[in-house]
Ligand binder design. Structure first.
Ligand SMILES: Nc1ncnc2c1ncn2[C@@H]1O[C@H](COP(=O)(O)OP(=O)(O)O)[C@@H](O)[C@H]1O
Ligand SMILES: [Mg+2]
Length: 401
């Protein structure tokens, strides 16, 4: 996103709150480390910023989060009550109830005794999630597909923050992203993420997806916005919601239900959306100012395909791995976003973690986007790295398995 907005004329800087993934932002502009600048508000005291794009929902929980809200910083994310749509899963469930949006049967359990009692009383397969979303939650989504899978996992999960139990709804999933601004909803894209680690949609749901497809979708072709976002319009207006909204939906028996809402432009779809818009910088600045929008899309950039190059051992990240060299075999002709890599003391690019890069191609047709992404990912070599070779062969069109 830094790279694309810089291309639009923005001066870009990054506030780095984690100790990895610094290489990419450093290529684009100035970076500030949390060790040197413990409170991001000191940067805002010194300079006027037009736009702040948080990458984690945790910004609001930080000591400096309320300072940003109080000074009305131009942050591309709702705050207060509006932020609860993502942060608090049971809040989202209740809100869907209020506006008659289908949401799977769900419960909050405070401990194992309550969880097992829920399962005994209403035996279904449940997906187990953190009740309050945060990258540091003790539970990362565990998808159980049978009652006995659920029983087994309920014995093992960490109940320190409780467990959100949501009925398992199958695999016909898709996402839709829109902006909410000036009291209106503006559809942007429909997308699919390939969350399972291995080809054939096998293996665990990895922490971050292995691939994704994105379709420019201002007209809401698949009805996801109509069914799962638009009914919330009165609430958006009530709480002054402005910012991005993503719904992850799932289709069962011909009907879409909500799995969750997110309220930020994430690392996977964010850069694709910005490429698809003609004036992304102007649009984002209008959203933080809560203005009405007139969004122009790039006519030739209708479909995006992103592939993740995963490093040695992924998704089982506990494997000890040395900083293996990352070699470029030939130049790229699409976007390549570096993740966990760095330059070593010999100026050799090396992997420093398990997600090496995201390769993102955008084209007029889905076939061309997929072809270009695969042609580019093959230009990177790193020992025992891998990627899924079947992106586009399942889970598309949206609502299919
Ligand atoms: N109720 C459900 N039924 C089937 N699959 C689910 C369900 N809830 C989550 N999943 C799967 O797990 C993934 C992650 O769950 P999600 O609710 O999006 O939480 P998070 O992204 O915070 O981990 C979803 O994208 C989907 O693939
Ligand atoms: Mg999700």
């Amino acid at each position: 996103m830094l790279h694309i907005l810089k291309g639009q004329g923005a001066d870009v800087e990054t506030y780095l709150t984690r100790d990895y993934g610094h290489y990419g932002p450093g290529l684009e502009g100035k970076t500030h480390l949390v060790q040197d600048v413990p409170d991001v508000n000191t940067l805002l005291d010194a300079k006027d910023y037009d736009l702040i794009i948080p990458q984690s929902i945790d910004w609001a929980q930080k000591d400096w989060g309320s300072g940003l809200v109080d000074r009305k910083a131009p942050i591309l994310c709702p705050s207060g009550e509006a932020l609860k749509l993502e942060r608090d899963r049971d809040f989202a469930r209740a809100l869907c109830g209020r506006y008659r949006i289908p949401f799977p049967r769900s419960y909050v359990a405070r401990n194992r005794i309550e969880a097992e009692a829920i399962l005994a009383k209403d035996p279904r397969p449940y997906v187990l999630k953190n009740p309050l979303c945060s990258p540091t939650s003790p539970i990362h989504t565990i998808v159980c597909e049978t009652v006995t899978d659920t029983q087994a996992w309920l014995r093992r999960v960490d109940y320190a923050e409780g467990a959100f139990m949501q009925e398992y709804m199958g695999r016909a999933e898709a996402g839709h992203i829109a902006f909410v601004s000036g009291g209106e909803i503006y559809s942007l894209i429909t997308n699919q993420e390939y969350k399972r680690a291995f080809n054939g949609d096998m293996g665990i749901v990895a922490g971050a997806p292995l691939g994704g497809l994105v379709e420019s979708d201002p007209g809401d072709k698949y009805g996801l916005a109509r069914e799962l976002i638009h009914p919330l319009l009165p609430w958006f207006r009530e709480v002054d919601f402005h910012g991005p909204i993503q719904v992850t939906g799932i289709k069962r028996d011909g009907k879409w239900s909500v799995l969750e809402y997110n309220v930020r432009l994430g690392v996977t779809c964010g850069p694709v959306i910005l490429r698809m818009l003609q004036n992304p910088l102007d649009d984002l600045i209008k959203v933080v100012k809560n203005k009405k929008l007139k969004i122009d899309f790039n006519p030739g950039l209708l479909f995006g395909c992103s592939l993740t190059l995963a490093g040695y051992g992924y998704p089982f990240v506990a494997l000890p791995t040395p900083p293996l060299p990352v070699d470029l075999i030939s130049p790229f002709d699409c976007d390549v976003w570096w993740n966990e890599v760095a330059l070593d003391s010999h100026e050799q690019l090396v992997m420093t973690g398990h997600r090496i890069a995201d390769i993102v191609a955008i084209a007029e047709t889905l076939e061309d986007a997929i072809k270009r992404a695969y042609s580019n990912i093959a230009r990177i070599r790193c020992l025992s790295s891998y990627y899924r070779t079947d992106v586009g062969k399942s889970l598309w069109p949206p609502g299919e398995c």
